[in-house]
Design a protein around this ligand. Structure first.
Ligand code: ADP
Ligand code: MG
Length: 733
C-alpha cells in the first residue's frame, strides 16, 4: 500500500535511515609513535586542578588546599596566581572562552561564556585575572527565584568553588574553560543547588570529625562520598525527532507496548549492542579526559536501557561530575545518531530510569565510617554510625522524599519496578538482627550458630558475604555504604545529598552530646557507643524494612507504622511548607526559611509547567497527527466497503474495523476535549492549587486519552500510523 499519510511516510523513511546507519569510529588516543595511550596517561587532561598544577608554587598550593578545606578568605594574589596558571593551561589547549558554570534551580546547568580577549593599549590580548575567576555576575532575575527577588534587583553572583576542578567543554570548533561556581543572590541567599550542598558538607564534616575525635580517632576531616549510578535509554535520533512528545517532554505520552519487552529478562547484563558500545567507548574516553572516573557499564532491564556508574568521589565533586556526565552523554550520543533519554519514565509498561545515589562517609586517613572492622572498637563505631544514619532517615523521611520529588519521578516511585514512595531503610537480615538483639538485650547468633563476637572480625565477614540485594528498597545498606535508590535519572543529586548530609549532621550532633555525657560519666568509649546505638535504633526501628517494598501489604503496614507516604510531587512538596519538618535545615544552617520557601515555589511551579507542556503536547499530537490518521483510514475503509457493495460483496471485516475505529476515535475525541476544557479552566488558578488539580484530575484524564490513542494505534495499519512506535524506538538501532 502506498504511504497515504505523509507523517507515516516520514516514519518509514526514518526506519530505513536507522537500519542503514554506519557505526561511528573514533581515533583512540596514541602517542607520536602510534602507540596507544593508557587511560591513566590521558585521564584528567581536560581538567585544571591547582592541586596538580606545577606552575603554582608548592607553598601556594598548600595554602589553597587549606582554604578549600577550612574556608576563609582567598587572598587576591593567590587567586591571581591560579587565574594565570589556568589561563596558560587553557590557551595552550586552544581554549578561547571561559565561563562560570553553575546549577540554578532549573535542575540543569547554566553558563555564560566570555572570550579571553581584551584590549590593552589598543591591542587585543588574552586576559583572565583573579576577579574573573572569583566572581561573575549573571542576570539573576532570569533564573528561577521562586518570587524571592523582584526583577529590579537583578543582581546575583557566581563565586568560584575551589573544591571542584575546572574543566573544558569541547565543541568541534572551539573549547571553553568551565569554572564550577556557586550562585547566590545579592543578599547572599542560595539560588542554586551547590551552595546548600557545600554548607551541608561542612556541617557534616564538623559533626562527624568531632564524633571520630571523641571516640579516639585522629581524623582531621570527614567527607561525604557519592557514587551515582546513572540509568538511561538510547534511541535513534531519527525516531526521536518524529516524536513531538519526546522532544517536548522527554517521555512518550502515547504508545502501544510491544509483544516482547522485558518479560524474558534477557536484556539485563546482556551483550551490549555494537552501536551502543561504540557510543559508550567514546563517552568513556571523553569522561576520562575530563577526570570523571566512569567505571561500570551494562545493559539495564528494559530494552534500549543502559547504566553507567563512576567510581565514587567526594559528594560535591560527584554532584558536579554527574551533571557534566549527563551533558557529555547527550553530546556524544548525538555524534552517533542517537539520543539519550534521561527522563524517569520515557516508555510506559517497561522499567523507568533511576539514579542510585551510593553514599558514605570517610575521613582523611581513609577510614570508611560505614565499614565494620575486625575489633570491638571499630564494630561499635560502625553500629552506632549506622544507627545514626537510620535515625536521620527516620526523622527526616518526609523531607528526603520531597528532595526527590519531580513530575518525572512520579511515574516511577511506587510503580511496580522502582522503590515505593514510602521512605524506609533496608539493612539486610544480619544487621537488622544484630540491632534487634541489642534492643532485646540478647546475644546475636548468626546463621553459623556461633555467637557473634565483635572482636573476631565476624561482623566484617558477615557483610563482605552479604550479597543480599534488595532492589525494592528506596534506601538500602549495601555492605559499607547506603544506596538512595529513589532518586530519579534526570535529577541533580545535589539536592538529595544536601538533605541527607544535613539530616545525618543533625543526628550526629546529638550523638556527640550524648557521647560526651556518657564518657564524662565514666563509661568506656565502647559502652558509650552502645548506649547511643540502642537509643537511636529503638527510636527509629519503625523505618527499618527488609521485605518486599513493591508489595501492597507493605504500603498498609507502613501506614500502620506511621511512615509518611507522599504519593506524588504535589503532596511531597507540601512538606517544604511545614516548618516543623524543615526546621533541621535551618538549625544546621543548610537552608534558611526563605531559601526553603523559594525552593517550594520554584519546584511546585516547575511541576505545573512540565505537566501543562505535557497536556498541550498530547492534545497537539491527538488533533494534528493521530485523529487525522484515523480519518484517513476510515476513508480508505469506506471506499473499500462502497466498492465491494457495488459488485455485490459483503464487507463484514471492514465494517467491524470501521466501527471499532469510530468508537475509539469518539472516546479519544471526547476525552481530549475534556482535558482541554479542564486545562484551560486552570489558567487563573493559583499555582499550589493548580498542581493539585493537575495531579488529581488531569493526569488520570491524560492517561485515558493515551489509552484511547493506543486503541487506535492497535487498529490502524502500520503504514498509516504517524509516530515511531515502541517497536521502532526500542528495537531498531
Ligand atoms: P552495584 O550496586 O551495581 O552492585 P556497587 O555497589 O559496587 O555496584 O557500586 C555502585 C556504586 O557505588 C559505584 O558508583 C561505586 O563507586 C559506589 N560506591 C562503592 N563504594 C562506595 C562508598 N563507600 N561510598 C559511596 N559510594 C560507593
Ligand atoms: Mg549499587
Amino acid at each position: 500500500m502506498p504511504h497515504t499519510n505523509s507523517n507515516a511516510k516520514t516514519r518509514m523513511t526514518a526506519k530505513e535511515r536507522v537500519i542503514e546507519r554506519d557505526l561511528r569510529a573514533i581515533k583512540l588516543p596514541h602517542d607520536t609513535n602510534g602507540r596507544y595511550l593508557r587511560v591513566s596517561q590521558y585521564y584528567g587532561e581536560n581538567t585544571f586542578n591547582y592541586n596538580k598544577a606545577k606552575t603554582i608554587p608548592e607553598a601556594m598550593r598548600k595554602e589553597l588546599q587549606q582554604i578549600a578545606r577550612e574556608g576563609g578568605k582567598l587572598k587576591r594574589e593567590l587567586a591571581e596566581v591560579v587565574a594565570r596558571a589556568a589561563t596558560e593551561w587553557a590557551l595552550e589547549k586552544g581554549v578561547t572562552h571561559f565561563c562560570h558554570w553553575f546549577q540554578p534551580l532549573t535542575g540543569s546547568t547554566a553558563e555564560k561564556q566570555d572570550a579571553f580577549i581584551n584590549f590593552q593599549d589598543g591591542e587585543v590580548i588574552e586576559k583572565f585575572g583573579a576577579s574573573q575567576l572569583m566572581q561573575g555576575e549573571p542576570d539573576a532575575s532570569s533564573f528561577p527565584h521562586g518570587g524571592m527577588r523582584s526583577t529590579f534587583e537583578a543582581r546575583g553572583y557566581t563565586s568560584w568553588d575551589m573544591t571542584s576542578p575546572m574543566f573544558l567543554s569541547e565543541g568541534i570548533n572551539g573549547k571553553t574553560l568551565c569554572i564550577p561556581t556557586a550562585f547566590v543572590s545579592y543578599h547572599g541567599a542560595a539560588m542554586d543547588v551547590k551552595t546548600p550542598l557545600l554548607r551541608s558538607i561542612n556541617r557534616l564534616n564538623k559533626a562527624a570529625t568531632r564524633f571520630m575525635n571523641m571516640i579516639g580517632e585522629k581524623s582531621i576531616r570527614v567527607q561525604a562520598n557519592c557514587g551515582a549510578e546513572q540509568e538511561y535509554f538510547l534511541i535513534d535520533k531519527a525516531f526521536y525527532y518524529n516524536r513531538p512528545d519526546l522532544v517536548m517532554t522527554g517521555r512518550t505520552l502515547v504508545g502501544l507496548g510491544t509483544t516482547k519487552h522485558q518479560q524474558l529478562e534477557d536484556h539485563y547484563f546482556g551483550a551490549i549492542p555494537e552501536r551502543v558500545k561504540a557510543f559508550m567507548d567514546e563517552l568513556n574516553l571523553e569522561l576520562h579526559r575530563l577526570g570523571i572516573p566512569a567505571k561500570t557499564q551494562h545493559n539495564e532491564v528494559a530494552p534500549a536501557q543502559f547504566e553507567l556508574a563512576p567510581i565514587f568521589e567526594e559528594s560535591n565533586v560527584a554532584a558536579d561530575h554527574n551533571q557534566v556526565t549527563m551533558s557529555v552523554m547527550k553530546n556524544v550520543a548525538n555524534r552517533h545518531g542517537l539520543v539519550v533519554l534521561l527522563h524517569e519514565k520515557p516508555f510506559s509498561g517497561i522499567n523507568g530510569s533511576g539514579k542510585h545515589v551510593n553514599w558514605s562517609m570517610s575521613d582523611d586517613l581513609g577510614t570508611n565510617l560505614l565499614e565494620p572492622g575486625r575489633d570491638p572498637h571499630t564494630n561499635h563505631r560502625f553500629l552506632s554510625i549506622c544507627a545514626i544514619v537510620v535515625e536521620a532517615v527516620y526523622r527526616h523521611a518526609a523531607v528526603l522524599r520531597a528532595s526527590i520529588a519531580g513530575h518525572g519521578n512520579d511515574h516511577r516511585l511506587g510503580a511496580n519496578e522502582a522503590p515505593p514512595s514510602v521512605i524506609s531503610v533496608y539493612l539486610g537480615e544480619s544487621l537488622a538482627n544484630i540491632y534487634q538483639s541489642i534492643l532485646d538485650g540478647t546475644n546475636f547468633i548468626p546463621t553459623d550458630k556461633k555467637m557473634l563476637d565483635l572482636g573476631a572480625g565476624q561482623l566484617a565477614t558477615l557483610f563482605s558475604d552479604n550479597s543480599d540485594r534488595n532492589r525494592t528498597s528506596p534506601f538500602a545498606f549495601t555492605g559499607n555504604k547506603f544506596e538512595f535508590r529513589a532518586v530519579g535519572a534526570s535529577q541533580s543529586v545535589g539536592f538529595p545529598l544536601t538533605i541527607l548530609n544535613a539530616a545525618v549532621a543533625e543526628v550526629m550532633e546529638e550523638a556527640n552530646l550524648l557521647l560526651e555525657q556518657e564518657i564524662k560519666a565514666g563509661k568506656s568509649v565502647e559502652d558509650a557507643l552502645f548506649v547511643l546505638t540502642k537509643k537511636f535504633i529503638s527510636n527509629a526501628k519503625k523505618v527499618i524494612f527488609n521485605g518486599d517494598g513493591y508489595s501492597k501489604e507493605w504500603l498498609k503496614e507502613a501506614e500502620q507504622r506511621g511512615l509518611p507516604n507522599y504519593k506524588n510531587t504535589v503532596e511531597a512538596l507540601e512538606v517544604l511548607k511545614d516548618t516543623k519538618l524543615t526546621n533541621f535545615l535551618v538549625k544546621t544552617g543548610v537552608l534558611s526559611e526563605q531559601e526553603i520557601t523559594m525552593r517550594y515555589n520554584v519546584l511546585s511551579e516547575r511541576y505545573n509547567t512540565h505537566r501543562e507542556i505535557e497536556f498541550r503536547t498530547l492534545l497537539n499530537m491527538i488533533y494534528h497527527q493521530i485523529l487525522p490518521s484515523g480519518i484517513l483510514y476510515k476513508e480508505q475503509l469506506s471506499t473499500v466497503i462502497k466498492n465491494q457493495k457495488e459488485i455485490g460483496l459483503e464487507s463484514s471485516v471492514e465494517v467491524e474495523i470501521y466501527k471499532n475505529l469510530s468508537s475509539a476515535m469518539e472516546n479519544l475525541f471526547s476525552k481530549a476535549r475534556n482535558l482541554k476544557t479542564s486545562l484551560d479552566a486552570t489558567a487563573s488558578v493559583a499555582h499550589h492549587k493548580k498542581g493539585e488539580v493537575f495531579a488529581r484530575e488531569l493526569m488520570p484524564l491524560s492517561e485515558l486519552v493515551a489509552q484511547y490513542s493506543n486503541e487506535m494505534e492497535d487498529l490502524l495499519p502500520d503504514c498509516l500510523w504517524p509516530l515511531p512506535k515502541y517497536y521502532d524506538m526500542l528495537f531498531i538501532r
